[in-house]
Ligand binder design. Structure first.
Ligand code: F1P
Length: 341
């Protein structure tokens, strides 16, 4: 995270750029929509990025799995800025989506970790996320750094469009607090290890979150699946009542991501619905949740940045669940560093 913050997302700093954004102020003001594409964890950081761009730059934004986008003959709109996200920069579905976009004349930026990778070369500009060359098969540091890069990118677009500078200062101050707060979360590892042992024998795990919590829930569920092979589902919290509540029972615990934003009361009502079905709850929140069986408390930051911090204890949970189940964490089955087919 420090490495991302030391750079800045604009043309003056060559340390973070993938040739720079290659987007002048007039072009940036002309962006009517942002569409973010990636696979797996990269798609999930895209969901976070889309929320940050909507919140901080007030540009409509969404994310879609690149593996879907490339197959559906998408309408390519000249006023949309497309952003491809990839740790390896080699994921074939994401590369194919970029090539399809380029063929149709779109402008595509990249948010990529591996310097000089195929996606970095094919895009018109963008940023490197500096998660280091030693990243593991399962995206963890890269997930966090990509989300930070999106926060900076959203602020940059917001500034160009003359949105509140005060807001920008608040977010930058929040980002600067992140490295120490991440260290604090990591100091809680022993507690998370105990929780992992307690939940490791679950039949299946449900992950829920609303708005800012939702991409975190999705990513946490993917992490658990990838390394521990425990079945997990992720749902937007409000979708639970549209069917999946039927799955809740004591053997199917729920991990609830509960940022301290204006949706906290709604989120607590979801916890009650789960409790009413005898579901066990592990909450990730800024303070103890009395409806939950356990709470992992994470430090408070700016609400927009909650997804960045809240993902980390759940990466640890997946890691310790995998170890508790005797999985080979460095060689997860059926997972390659980059999926090139
Ligand atoms: C995308 C991805 C990763 C996942 C695994 C398989 O990779 O789905 O999120 O952890 O490595 O590939 P990338 O495009 O971000 O390199």
């Amino acid at each position: 995270v420090d490495r991302v913050l030391r750079g800045r997302i604009d043309d003056r700093f060559s340390t973070v750029r993938l040739g720079g954004l290659n987007l002048d102020a007039r072009e940036a003001r002309g962006v009517r929509r942002v569409k973010i594409l990636g696979c797996g964890s990269a798609y999930h950081t895209g969901l976070i990025g889309a929320q940050l761009i909507e919140e901080l730059a007030r540009i409509p934004a969404d994310a879609e799995p690149a593996s879907e986008f490339r197959y559906r003959n998408p309408v390519v709109d000249p006023d949309t800025l497309y952003i491809a996200v990839s740790q390896s920069g080699e994921t074939y579905d994401t590369l194919a989506a970029v090539q399809e976009l380029k063929r149709k004349g779109a402008r595509v930026l990249g948010v990529v970790n591996v310097v000089g990778s195929a996606i970095a070369r094919e895009t018109d500009g963008g940023v490197y996320v500096h998660a280091g060359p030693e990243v593991c098969v399962v995206s963890t540091k890269c997930f966090t750094n990509t989300a930070v890069a999106f926060a900076l990118l959203a602020l940059h677009l917001g500034r160009i469009r003359d949105l509140s500078v005060a807001d920008g200062k608040r977010i930058i101050a929040g980002l600067r607090k992140l490295p120490e707060q991440i260290a604090e979360v990591l100091r809680g590892e022993e507690e998370i290890k105990k929780l992992a042992a307690e939940y490791a024998n679950a039949k299946s795990m449900m992950f829920v979150g609303r708005v800012r919590g939702y991409p975190v829930a999705r990513e946490a569920s993917l992490k658990l699946k990838e390394v521990s092979y425990v079945h997990a589902e992720a749902y937007p919290a409000s979708e639970l009542k549209h069917g999946p509540l039927a799955l809740i029972e004591p053997e199917v615990p729920t991990v609830a991501v509960l940022p301290d934003d204006d949706l906290l009361e709604k989120n607590r009502a979801t916890l009650e619905e789960i409790k009413a079905r005898s579901g066990r709850i592990l909450a990730v929140a800024h303070r103890e949740q009395e409806k939950a069986d356990h709470t992992i408390v994470v430090p408070r930051n700016e609400v927009e940045l909650d997804p960045i911090l809240m993902g980390i204890p759940l990466q640890l949970l997946a890691y310790h669940t995998a170890l508790a189940l005797g999985r080979d964490i460095d060689k997860p089955r059926n997972l390659a560093k980059s999926v090139t087919v």
